[in-house]
Design a protein around this ligand. Structure first.
Ligand code: FE2
Length: 307
């Protein structure tokens, strides 16, 4: 119900309620329930080329002991938002420059990475396992796993981080712990490990249209799907309560929704929030990683698709 002159919020009655931390249900500035989702988050796009330029320029801006923060967070451009890419998930471009050692830590938030540019010697260490980062790899660090990064090459490595930090923040259940000692976890193994999923291997040979779920049930809040499309292929998603982030692992993808149409190249990212029917079209052979909160929405009984 909207405010009326009669319900002047500056009147003694209402200002008294306000001082007592009450909000009268009959004079709310906006309703608290509505007929169907009306997401505040918007479809949005971020470009790897722009991020790479800025990350490269930031070389001397990041203190040597904070190289784990050499990242650019993809902030959904809605009023009041300073962090999240969608309601429950955040994505960020990150790099490790030659010689960088990003301190090991662990947190209750689940995290994963899609490697954009890497080679042996650019590595993530997860629970003591040294994992070289190859382009197209998906690397998992479920909540509670120690993880840090090293770059023993002379090139910069780049990837996209995806985390459920916005959800963990909303749920007031954040824990974070730096690794003791000098901050870098010693390597006790060099794999193989289920924490590294090369996207080409997961999809198998061929170029036919295919959707493969990877890391199923590894993270309680995040689902990962690799979507492979041949040239002129199309993948449509109905309006649902799932919040998605898409990243192009290879090729090009045109992502469309009502009022939104963007062509993404390698490493580009699009947010596609709840209740937006959308489609991905491939002007060339393409692989897209879809990162979503589908398991979370399923577990809390809020997964719903429009009729
Ligand atoms: Fe982390």
């Amino acid at each position: 119900m909207l405010l009326t002159m009669k319900e002047d919020p500056n009147s003694p009655f209402y200002s008294n309620l306000h001082a007592q931390h009450f909000s009268p249900g009959w004079a709310r500035p906006e309703p608290s329930m509505w007929a169907e989702p009306k997401p505040k988050f918007k479809p949005a796009v971020w470009r790897f080329a722009q991020a790479k330029l800025a990350l490269d320029a930031s070389h001397n801006m990041v203190p040597a002991d904070q190289t784990e923060r050499r990242n650019l967070i993809m902030v959904n451009p809605i009023e009041g938002n300073t962090y999240a890419s969608t309601r429950h998930l955040v994505a960020a471009y990150q790099c490790v420059t030659a010689g960088d050692r990003a301190r090991t830590h662990r947190h209750s938030a689940n995290a994963l990475r899609l490697v954009l540019k890497g080679k042996p010697g650019i590595a993530t260490i997860v629970n003591g396992t040294h994992i070289d980062m190859h382009p197209g790899d998906v690397l998992l660090t479920p909540g509670g796993c120690w993880h840090g990064h090293v770059n023993e090459t002379d090139e910069t490595g780049y990837w996209i981080d995806f985390l459920d930090i916005p959800f963990v923040q909303l749920s007031e259940a954040m824990f974070f712990e730096p690794y003791p000692g000098d901050g870098i976890e010693p390597v006790t193994s060099r794999g193989p490990t289920p924490m590294r999923i090369p996207s080409a291997e997961a999809l198998g040979p061929g170029r036919d249209a295919k959707v493969v779920e990877i890391a199923k049930d590894v993270m309680p809040t995040i689902a990962l799907h690799l979507i492979r499309l041949p040239k002129d292929g199309r993948h449509a998603s109905p309006k649902s309560t799932v919040n998605n982030i898409y990243a192009v692992a290879s090729g090009k993808a045109r992502i469309t929704a009502e009022g939104f149409s963007e062509t993404l190249g390698h490493g580009d990212v699009a947010a596609m929030p709840s209740w937006h029917a959308h489609a991905i079209e491939a002007p060339e052979d393409t692989v897209v990683l879809r990162v979503s909160d589908e398991p979370l929405m399923t577990k809390v009984g809020l997964l719903r698709t429009a009729d």
